[in-house]
Ligand binder design. Sequence first.
Ligand SMILES: [Zn+2]
Length: 137
Amino acid sequence: MGFERFGRLSFTAQSKTADFVDFLEKGDLYATRCGDCGLIFFPPRADCCSCLSSAMDWVKVDPRGKLVSFTRSYFAPTGFENDVPYVLAVAEFDNIKVFGRFKEGYTEDDLSAGMEVALKPLTLPDGQISYQFEPAS
Ligand SMILES: [Zn+2]
């Protein structure tokens, strides 16, 4: 239990990676690393999609990374309709590529590929927990 607190819309209450939400609440970002082949997953996975191992370890993610790419979204899936437009981005942290939203108020004019960004835990107004990118300070 506990995973129902993750994201704007949670699609599941139970996950073997529910500790991820507890880490986020404390301000820490954790990925999982396959104990057999070493692949790292963020958001965390309980099972490795490469070697099918379930021997996962938690590894802390350095929250400073570089922006790889971004786009502005004018259409949104269910639950996000009132947020558009917003910026979606991919950034790299410790060789982990992370997909997510950029902090509200930033547009594509404020961003450039290669800029330093930070991955920050985010508590939404309704108490749900997520994460977002913002410029590194
Ligand atoms: Zn593996």
